[in-house]
Design a protein around this ligand. Structure first.
Ligand code: PEP
Ligand code: MN
Length: 345
């Protein structure tokens, strides 16, 4: 499923030009536009409000595309419904607030309109699934979908929002039947990165994308750097390869079974080793306790880290990965020692 359209509806002309070009391509299923925009600073362009809904309705009628807008409170929802929108979504700044989500859930009572839930701003998966539960109570699980748009963080990085793909994967595990699309526009913040994120989403079996497209991105009143023209969007969509969920080909099934067997075996050995390592850490904890020595010996920890990192190249593992694993092992080891040190025996 491809949802596309401008970050914000800005004028009737802008919306219609964009919508027509998207519809003509035959590659877009739903038209999106923000009508009320949640902006970080007051005084930025905050959306055109209700008049934009009339433009959306016209764009939908003319192109035959269903239309969707963001709603952040009950009033937005009632107004959007009165203009016949086909679907609504809750933005990341709304999913983060249980009060707002509940208010919208209550206002949805009696409707069966599809609702897409963006992940909350912060990487709190329970807040995301809590929002699913609230909305599903009134519209039913079959009418709820998910949008992965990345998570905010402090500092500089390649992307505007950290993708943290594992959280999307965890939502997929919690709601295997639920449609989940990726929003490469808000993850990337920059049009140059749309393709790599879109392709990754396709590789991770997402059900589609929601991407911002504007007839003249340079003049966009919000999110200019991440929007692409309809032509650029179509070229991008042509480039992304969507792979099949699976195949019955016997060679594939046999090869996969063999490698999965190997992986299961290696995992068993790996976890057995980790358990052994933790038992040794506990013995160290006992020796330190008997001698009243502190748990953290930073010299020792530095030398372990240096030794392991030095092996990274040889092992063909990334430093980042090794560091993450090592830190997890170290923390668990400290926790175990801590329990021993502070036990009564
Ligand atoms: C948007 O889709 O234009 C938007 C405001 O996104 P988000 O809620 O993901 O920031
Ligand atoms: Mn936007």
């Amino acid at each position: 499923m491809i949802i596309a359209g401008p970050c914000s509806a800005e004028s009737e002309e802008q919306l219609l030009l964009t919508a027509r070009a998207l519809a003509e391509s035959g590659k877009v299923d739903i038209l999106r536009a923000g009508i009320w925009k949640p902006r970080t600073n007051p005084g930025s362009f905050e959306g055109v409000g209700e008049q934009g809904l009339a433009w959306m309705a016209r764009a939908g009628r003319e192109t035959g595309l269903p239309v969707t807008v963001e709603v952040a409170n009950a009033k937005h929802l009632y107004t959007a419904l009165s203009y016949g929108v086909d679907m609504v979504w809750l933005g990341a700044r709304t999913t983060v607030s249980p009060f707002s989500v509940q208010e919208i859930a209550d206002a949805l009572r009696g409707t069966k309109i599809p609702v897409l839930l963006k992940n909350p701003m912060n990487p709190d998966i329970d807040l995301w699934s809590g929002a699913v539960e609230r909305i599903a109570r009134t519209v039913g699980y079959e009418n709820v979908g998910l949008i992965h748009r990345g998570f905010s963080f402090y500092g500089k990085s390649r992307y505007r929002n950290a993708p943290m793909w594992h959280l999307a994967i965890e939502m997929r595990r919690r709601y295997p039947e639920m449609m989940m699309v990726c929003d490469p526009s808000h993850i990337s913040g920059k049009r140059e990165y749309l393709y790599e994120i879109g392709q990754k989403a396709a590789d991770l079996s997402f059900d589609g994308l929601i991407i911002e497209s504007h007839n003249c991105p340079a003049k966009a009143l919000s999110d200019a750097a991440q929007q692409v023209t309809p032509e650029e969007l179509i070229a991008l969509l042509d480039k992304i390869r969507w792979r099949k969920g699976s195949t019955d080909s016997p060679e594939f099934v046999m090869a996969l079974d063999r490698f999965r067997g190997e992986i299961d075996q290696i995992d068993a050995e790996l976890f057995d080793l980790l358990a052994r390592r933790m038992r040794v850490a506990e013995q160290i904890g006992r020796v330190k306790k008997d001698n009243d020595v502190a748990i953290l010996q930073s010299g020792r920890w530095n030398s372990i880290t240096e030794r392991v990192i030095a092996q990274a190249k040889e092992l063909q593992l990334s430093e980042e990965f090794l560091t993450t694993v090592l830190e997890a092992i170290h923390i668990e080891s400290i926790n175990r020692q801590n329990i021993i040190m502070n036990s009564e025996e």
